[in-house]
Design a protein around this ligand. Structure first.
Ligand SMILES: [Zn+2]
Length: 59
């Protein structure tokens, strides 16, 4: 099985960044990733939205 790479539909770039949320953990005194949002931004052409449908998230 090969995992599809998120690709920008506008410019074909794979420099995609994903929105995420981090929550402060007072025990470890560090930021921990608490969730990843369904929102992407292309670093090359700055297109953004839910457009990375090529990613197969099913097991
Ligand atoms: Zn792009």
């Amino acid at each position: 099985m090969t995992k599809p790479v998120p690709t920008c539909p506008h410019c074909g770039s794979q420099n995609i960044v994903k929105d995420a949320a981090a929550r402060w953990n007072p025990v470890t005194c560090d930021w921990e990733l608490s969730g990843v949002h369904d929102y992407e931004t292309c670093e090359d052409c700055e297109a953004s939205g839910n457009f990375m449908t090529s990613v197969d998230e099913e097991a």
